[in-house]
Design a protein around this ligand. Sequence first.
Ligand code: CA
Length: 228
Amino acid sequence: MNRILLVEDHERLARLTCSGLEAAGIAADVVHRGDDAWAALQQVPYGALVLDRGLPDGDGLALLQRLRARGVGVPCLVLTARDALRDRVEGLESGADDYLAKPFAMDEMVARVRALLRRPTVCRPLDPALGDLQLKPADGSVCCGVERISLAPAEMQILLLLMHGSGETVRRAALEAAAWGLGEAVTPNALDVALHRLRRKLLAIGSRQRVVNVRGLGYALREAGVAA
Ligand code: CA
């Protein structure tokens, strides 16, 4: 879809950008505030988002982070008056796909928006969450509130499978296959060792989720203090 959303509070700049894009065959809807952008993005499947950082109701990057956390994968070009390396890094870490410093040449804006529109809109999956736990597969860690701890790859795979089960019992063999792959020779107690480490890590970050042994069947995540 060749329609984009431009989020820019500077009205004259927004108007100029809009006409520049339209002259290049790209229709643009304009909003001036982050909350209006949020509402518009829930309703219209835009092909791309051009987002100013300095908005009257907050930093455009905070909005982008909220969008990404909700799984909104629309390709995004972040605009800023600042061109420091730190700003570019922050932008990319917040889920921006590209970055353009103000003032910009209209030709460059059009070229960058075209490049974004050629990208498929991937739906970025939400980080898996269960109870007070949030898994961050991209950086190999798990969080409970502001606490965060790194997981070994096998621990990550085990926790992913347990969280995916949402409290359902997962068999030992399934956990072993997830952690080390099928047919790989693992010592008989490798899973017990990994589960022991995982339990300690969940306690260390203050989670109420416990990996419990469901006698004869396998393992499950249960919240401490809640009857099985
Ligand atoms: Ca601004």
